[in-house]
Design a protein around this ligand. Sequence first.
Ligand code: BGC
Length: 247
Amino acid sequence: MNVFGVDIGGSGIKGAPVDLDRGELVEPRHKVLTPHPAAPEPVADGVAEVVRHFGWSGPVGVTFPGVVTGSVIRTAANVDKSWIDVDAAELLHRRLGAPATVLNDADAAGVAEMAFGAGRGRKGTVMLLTLGTGIGSALFMDGRLVPNTELGHLELHGHEAEKRASTKVKEDEGLSWEHWARRVQKYLAHLEMLFSPELFILGGGVSRKADRFIPLLHHIRAEVVPAQLRNNAGIVGAAMTAAAGHG
Ligand code: BGC
């Protein structure tokens, strides 16, 4: 079965039909630039453009980089604040003429990694972190998601973690791998103190360069591995969630 997945990010809106049996994109994804300001109507237009590119007319799963309860957006740390209190599924349904399911971007990535990637078959407490513009988190207990954990906003030494250890901060401050890895390590140690996960899965674009920083992370008891689905995890997880909701 195929369902369409879309990932709304700070720089791009990307999507493709997903083969749900294999957890893979059926065709190469299509991307449009995220409009600025990234307000609801222009972003919905961007999602519609991506979906239209494939001539898709069925259900669509969509990720959002903020808290999503039911289908209502509650926070918007890295997109336009006018999203807050918008029923995103309703907006997208109207715009696409097809049912839409909306969930947090890190939760979507986590759902895909647990089914098809680094978390496959893993029991106990597993935590996926997406290191990107912000830091997203997805927490699993025996494979079941605890949604909207928002651990990128955890305070660490008086700073929000995502303002210290995201890859955007690494770039903005020109940090070396060693310097940045020390910050990521402190963050993981703090999360470990609070949650004692068995496994950390590190995702986001930087997972492609895992060999540059994962070997620099010391004193973490949990296993630390890179995400495997790379930039497609959000798209795959969104499609899986849409299928679960409309199956
Ligand atoms: C948001 C999260 C999101 C993460 C990654 C954070 O700023 O609050 O909801 O998952 O960025 O996009």
